[in-house]
Design a protein around this ligand. Structure first.
Ligand code: UT7
Length: 338
């Protein structure tokens, strides 16, 4: 039973940690040479401009919840946690199964997590960072003890495979973290959560149709408004600026030597390299797996984090920085002590 945060007396904040991590990518690969046969592009251009070699793609019959459920199951298995212990499930996604109900409720049912509340959160690429930040507050305030934060995206379902400027970049995946009181965790105390938004230019990266602004009609379908649209160069500029700021802030606070691992959103290898160059970071401390999966939006950070931990890149006692930026614009970071 969750403890109440609203009793009498001052609230002492609960320290929060990571009890389990999970990731899932669908088995089907879409390589650059596959894309060469679909659209006017080349393996060379994609590798040079983005660092991507291949990405994973869902089958026609599958959807976002299929990814989210598997990542959730992996995180629960990692934590040896029974789904009935879950208090809250938050899915950060912009490609949920339906506009409503939430994908989180689909995950709840598949897991049998009947004691959990469940909702989705729309924060584009930092969706996992936002979800984990919200979950952290619920545990810190002693309202809940087990929160599953998931980043899951079925981006290939909203790609226009005749638009070479977007279809080569994105892929499908999901990642999850089970948050719990730090005393029950072996690792990963959450030290800082920092969230930012700068609205005003939605058209730089958006899905124009299907919402209340442009409800689905024959016209919106005819005008290809149900596919992702992006002004890549503008997003690139904002990404370099904001990712650099978040890493700089962590270095200033904890010291460069203490920051043993940076897990940036995998959006473009050149963006990550530019942050490495500008801040003179050791590339061995910056997780990169974009070559295998492309940009998986909200799934990118938790998938890369899971892989970084498996590779032994997270150093016990040292700082891990997770950071991401995306549509909105929204950006944010989580700082952990591993
Ligand atoms: O998670 C947030 C989501 N968004 C992002 O991650 C996007 C961030 N932006 C980027 O990663 C880069 O801006 C892109 C990879 C999208 C584009 O790279 P770029 O170096 O900024 O290319 P560009 O848009 O300036 O285009 C350069 C040229 C253009 O041709 P011209 O006009 O110079 O003749 C494009 O038409 O490259 C062309 N081009 C391509 N050529 C071959 C664009 N896409 C392709 C392609 N294959 N797939």
């Amino acid at each position: 039973m969750a403890a109440s945060a609203t009793g009498s007396g001052p609230l002492t904040l609960q320290r929060v940690g990571i009890l389990g991590l999970g990731a899932y990518v669908p088995p089907k690969k879409l390589t650059n040479s596959d894309l060469e046969k679909m659209v006017d592009t080349s393996d060379e251009w994609i590798r040079q401009r983005t660092g991507i070699q291949e990405r994973r793609i869902l089958e026609k019959s599958e959807s976002c919840s299929d990814l989210a459920i598997r990542a959730a199951q992996a995180a629960l298995a990692d934590a040896r946690c029974d789904p009935l212990e879950l208090d809250l499930i938050i899915v950060g996604t912009v490609t949920g199964d339906y506009p409503f109900p939430s994908t989180a409720t689909l995950v709840q049912a598949a897991l049998g997590a009947w004691n959990a509340a469940a909702f989705d959160l729309s924060a584009a690429c930092p969706g996992f960072i936002y979800a984990a930040s919200v979950g952290t507050q619920f545990i810190a305030s002693r309202r809940y003890r087990r929160v599953l934060a998931i980043g899951a995206e079925a981006l290939t379902k909203i790609l226009d495979f005749t638009d070479r400027s977007t279809c080569v970049i994105f892929g499908d995946a999901a990642g999850a973290a089970l948050l719990a009181p730090f005393e029950e965790c072996r690792r990963g105390e959450i030290l800082d959560v920092d969230l930012y938004s700068r609205g005003g230019q939605p058209e730089l990266l958006y899905l124009p149709g299907g919402g209340s602004k442009n409800p689905t009609s024959a016209e919106t379908v005819g005008k290809n408004m149900h596919y992702l649209r992006m002004s890549g160069r503008d997003v690139y500029r904002v990404a370099v600026e904001t990712m650099g700021d978040m890493v700089r802030k962590a270095i200033q606070k904890y010291g460069k030597d203490e920051v043993a691992l940076v897990v940036p959103h995998q959006m473009n290898r050149r963006i990550i390299e530019s942050v490495i160059d500008r801040l003179n970071l050791d590339p061995a401390r910056v997780m990169v797996n974009i070559e295998q999966y492309g940009n998986t939006s909200a799934a990118s950070v938790p998938v890369a984090f899971r892989e970084a931990v498996d590779r032994g890149l997270a150093v016990p006692g040292k700082i891990v920085l997770l950071c991401a930026v995306g549509a909105g614009f929204t950006w944010g970071s989580i700082t952990l002590r591993w």
